[in-house]
Ligand binder design. Sequence first.
Ligand code: GUN
Length: 303
Amino acid sequence: MSAQLIKGTDIREEILEELAKEVQDIKDKHGKVPGLVTILVGENPASQSYVSLKIKTAHRLGFNEVQDTQPDTISEEELLGLIDKYNKDESIHGILVQLPLPKHIDEKKVLNAIDPDKDVDGFHPVNVGRLMIGGNEVKFPPCTPAGIQEMIIRAGVETEGAEVVVVGRSNIVGKPIANMMVQKGKGANSTVTVVHTRTKDMESHCKRADILIVAAGVPGLVKPEWIKPGACVIDVGVNRVGEKPSKKDPNKMVPILRGDVDFDTAKDIAGYITPVPGGVGPMTITMLMRNTVRSLKYHLGIA
Ligand code: GUN
């Protein structure tokens, strides 16, 4: 293996330690802690597990963390009422509605009802607009793209003038990370290309990339020969390709996860690479915590 591994699990620990200190410092000086509410509708097992990890992490940092679990029979109107309640609650600085929502609820309507100044997911159109403007306008960068940028910065990868190729154009990863890398500022100032399912020659674009960010959700989409030797490869794909017995409890099955890049061959060509699992994944919740601390700081006028 020649590539340097960029481990999200290690960077997460670094950032959480920094945040814990910051939370304690704000508490000592201002007597306030960040408040985060996570609204979970229904019993989707993946959502339950994400939410429980979010709550556990918030607890570890000394947040006022609230998990509001609602049955999947909740009406859209009731859910909107709940959001209104948390919008007005001064002890809450971050509101997160776990997606997906049941089919009878209009996701867009719900996300748009969250106060943009408490929207720590960064999904509200106001925050999408702020991200597009860049600089000091940005309040809550969306968590996965923010995690990707932080990994690139902390690994010491040069972004200034770099050719960045983003594979995938989703609203939660592809489009925002492309927008962030093209902005002026630290960890950005790059030349960005976005490729997607309708791109004519994906391979030729990927081959040019100094930084290749892959968020397509297709296991093994990026072939090793598409990677420029020495490039930084960020694999956002988390694809379930089967099941295996758990190491902790062999009677329990756990998913086998694969990225969008074939790690075993890519690691001998790339200069830097993120593993799957343990790469970008752990960064998403970490950035959610950072956004919630930021929200408190904005509310206190100390950001
Ligand atoms: N479901 C899967 N990922 C996310 C996320 O980052 N935020 C929210 N709100 N829901 C999700």
